[in-house]
Design a protein around this ligand. Structure first.
Ligand SMILES: Nc1ncnc2c1ncn2[C@@H]1O[C@H](COP(=O)(O)OP(=O)(O)OP(=O)(O)O)[C@@H](O)[C@H]1O
Length: 358
């Protein structure tokens, strides 16, 4: 069996004199050798606190952190074989790029020639050759972040930690840097934990995404699993857009259920759930799985709102009193509909997903 490099067991962190802020609330996570895991969730869900506990900057109120099977709760941050890259780069302003990168090795009293060799390797790796003598303020934001990453990599950590490292960069550079981080991580194979509240960043980087909510992991899985099989309403709503249609089970067999959808009967696979007749469910469908046309179709709706965004058009369509979001990618002439017009609506086969409704 593959052993986890990093294991978080029932991790709890409370803040405040009365211990009344539950930042992390019984969190369990296993991260394997070489794996890239992102912690994704809304502001305040406990992502940064979790990362800071892994790094050793915060000590857990209870629970255990294990690295390669050994508990490291009591080991100070500078003794953990980990390196962290921060949102604000945290470079020393009075040191050159070279000195910034060399700093950690100097503190560890490594021989001068080895420090030189190692710094040169990461300067090359991070496309920073020729910039070693510059001061941080003479670099662009993207270059500063590369120096911060070089400074982390030069320590040859077993675990690399990122705290929203791209938030201060403009949108284009962010996309470029995230591709660079992914390439680098794959090439070096370093176990990585990456905190972000940006879904696209989490989806494009991670082997697995841990979606956090109220100090716990609500679901962990590959980007495809998280998107296509959300385990809760929170995940379905937080990751991408989703339509939630209230319905009730009319018939149930081993692996299929029939339910009512806008006056019609729909039979779909049950997925991971078991349902009985009369159970209340949410039918979940993504906006890109809904199709509009002027042809005769199963359902008829009215366009309430149309927003043209160039590469996509987004519609709000009312069907039987319920408003459904629709996204059309790469819209062609026939995909444009006026507000107030009637359209027929179809749903992609097998694109429905259900969750129990209390
Ligand atoms: N040092 C602290 N003292 C008191 N409360 C704290 C402290 N650090 C974090 N918290 C609280 O713990 C909760 C989780 O914070 P945390 O920074 O981990 O969330 P986050 O998911 O990283 O959010 P964001 O995306 O906004 O950074 C929040 O309610 C926050 O206010």
């Amino acid at each position: 069996m593959e052993t986890a490099t990093l294991m978080l067991e029932n991790l709890v962190k409370t803040f405040g004199r009365k211990k009344d802020v539950q930042a992390v609330n019984g969190l369990n996570l296993e991260i394997h050798q070489g794996e890239f895991v992102t912690l994704l969730g809304p502001s305040g869900c406990g992502k940064t606190t979790t990362l800071r506990m892994i790094a050793g900057f915060e000590s857990p109120t209870s629970g255990r952190i294990l690295l390669e099977g050994k508990e490291i709760n009591e080991i100070p941050p500078n003794k953990r074989p980990m390196a962290m890259v921060f949102q604000n780069y945290a470079l020393f302003p009075h040191m050159s790029v070279f000195e910034n990168i060399a700093y950690g090795l100097k503190v560890k009293k490594q021989p001068q020639d080895q420090i030189h060799e190692k710094v040169e390797i990461v300067l090359q790796l991070m496309n920073l050759v020729g910039l070693g003598d510059r001061m941080p303020h003479q670099l662009s934001g993207g270059q500063q972040q590369r120096v911060a990453l070089a400074r982390a990599l030069v320590m040859q950590p077993k675990v690399l930690l990122f705290d929203e490292p791209l938030s201060n960069l403009d949108a284009k550079l962010r996309v470029q840097m995230r591709a660079e981080i992914r390439r680098l991580q794959q090439r070096l194979g370093i176990t990585t934990v990456y905190v972000t509240h940006d879904q696209a960043e989490a989806m494009s980087l991670a082997d697995r995404i841990a979606v956090m909510h109220d100090g716990q992991i609500e679901q962990i899985g590959s980007p495809v699993e998280i998107y296509e099989q959300p385990a809760s309403l929170f995940v379905a709503d937080f990751i991408g857009k989703a339509n939630f249609i209230e319905s009730m089970v009319e018939d149930s067999s081993d692996d299929h259920i029939s339910l009512e959808l806008f006056g019609n009967s729909l039979t779909i696979p049950t997925g991971n759930h078991t349902y009985a007749v009369n159970d209340r469910v949410y039918l979940i469908i993504r906006p890109e799985s809904v199709h509009l046309s002027h042809k005769e179709g199963a359902f008829s709706g009215e366009i309430k709102q149309a927003v043209y965004l160039g590469s996509t058009v987004e519609y709000e369509v009312e069907i039987c009193g319920q408003v459904i979001s629709v996204i059309i990618y790469d819209p062609q002439e026939g995909d444009k509909f006026e507000e107030g017009s009637r359209v027929s609506v179809e749903f992609s086969a097998n694109s429905f997903h259900t969750l129990p409704r209390k």
